[in-house]
Design a binder for this molecule. Structure first.
Ligand SMILES: Nc1ncnc2c1ncn2[C@@H]1O[C@H](COP(=O)(O)OP(=O)(O)OP(=O)(O)O)[C@@H](O)[C@H]1O
Ligand SMILES: [Mg+2]
Length: 334
């Protein structure tokens, strides 16, 4: 009998699920490294709080890029940090259920397994994120019926049609929350000559961001930054319509991805999706009116899952609780 732990190892956030306890921990997937000693000095929220505020010899790393490991050493540090925090893994080595992108290569998958084993796991089951997101959104993925999930994370948007416990058609797009932040930065720089940092861009997105404007989304925020022409501090009032404009191109790519997946899906399953609607998960699902935009552009109703940030972690929990029922979705183990 193993202790089983579910981990949503995301580009932006890592979340841990424990049986009987549920979600016990969620923190940014970020580490801070002292470049002089090469030592990791902070992990998680503490490291994220340092972004944009570090002296030259401290560097902030985001160990995952587009859902896969870009930096092995800091991913290992992240996994160790989270496993230590659960306080149970030192006695019994745990079995880990861990999320990976739908399009993961065998080399990338091996890196996840190696890092998890080195961090102290006894067995590792990498599972494709859209399946976990669908499970966490309470879709009955084992039924002979088509479900479409659009998981908008930090690094990737994964669009998948699921039936009988498997992915029938899917697309992974490298446009998600991080790219939204980049686009907001670029937009403000071009339109107002205003330079801002990554954290401010994310804050603007969360506070006033929207995919469409309606009567409830006329929000505004005063943003402090630097005028790139004068080098002096500057404050500009930004409203939701600015952000709709800034994100237009990115959102169009996501819509195109959804249309592409629909066009590659067998008609019977498309009919199921038309009936039940598209389910949106991941942090990007919290962008105001994203459901309306998807409906407007595809003609298929769209719904934001409950607590969309935690769908994938909840999905790992469902697998843990019923490992034999979901054996089909386990892509490999060690
Ligand atoms: N209220 C909000 N409005 C818009 N975006 C939000 C909101 N809250 C969080 N986000 C964004 O959601 C993203 C993180 O989502 P999530 O935790 O699902 O990603 P992840 O799983 O770490 O990434 P990936 O699945 O791509 O590896 C971040 O870009 C964050 O800025
Ligand atoms: Mg994710």
């Amino acid at each position: 009998m193993f202790i089983k732990i579910g981990i949503d190892l995301g580009t932006a956030n890592t979340t841990v699920y424990l049986p009987q306890k549920g979600i016990v921990l969620t923190e940014p997937t970020v580490v801070a490294v002292d470049e002089l000693t090469k030592k990791i000095i902070a992990v998680g929220q503490e490291a994220k709080d340092m972004i944009g505020k570090t002296p030259g010899d401290i560097k902030i790393y985001r160990p995952l890029r587009e859902g896969v490991i870009a930096d092995y050493r800091s991913t290992l540090a992240i996994l160790k940090y989270f496993l230590n925090k659960t306080k149970i893994s030192k006695i019994f080595k745990p079995l880990l259920i861990i999320s990976v992108p739908a399009g993961i290569t065998s080399t990338e998958r091996k890196a996840v397994i190696d890092a998890a084993l080195e961090a102290g796991a006894k067995e590792v089951y990498p599972i494709r994120e859209p399946l976990l997101a669908a499970l966490g959104a309470d879709l009955s993925i084992n039924s002979p019926s088509g479900h479409m999930i659009v998981n908008i994370g930090g690094g990737t948007t994964e669009i998948a049609v699921i039936s009988l416990g498997g992915i029938v058609s899917w697309e992974s797009i490298r446009i998600a929350g991080d790219k939204f932040d980049e686009s907001i930065k670029e937009y403000l720089r071009k339109k107002f000559n205003l330079a801002i940092g990554d954290k401010t861009a994310e804050l603007i997105k969360i506070q006033v961001g929207a995919a469409l404007i309606d009567k409830n989304t006329n929000l505004s925020i005063n943003v402090n930054g630097v005028n790139i022409l004068t080098g002096l501090p500057m404050t500009i009032k930004i409203n939701s319509s600015h952000i709709v404009e800034a994100l237009q191109r990115d959102l169009r790519e996501i819509i195109l991805g959804i249309k592409k997946v629909l066009s590659h899906t067998p008609p019977e399953l498309v009919a199921d999706i038309m009936e039940k609607g598209i389910v949106i998960s991941g942090g990007g699902a919290l962008l105001r009116n994203i459901d309306q935009l998807i409906y407007q552009q595809t003609g298929v109703a769209a719904f934001v899952a409950n607590d969309p940030l935690y769908c994938v972690a909840r999905g790992t929990g469902k697998i843990i609780e019923k490992l034999d029922i979901y054996r089909r979705v386990l892509i490999s183990h060690k």
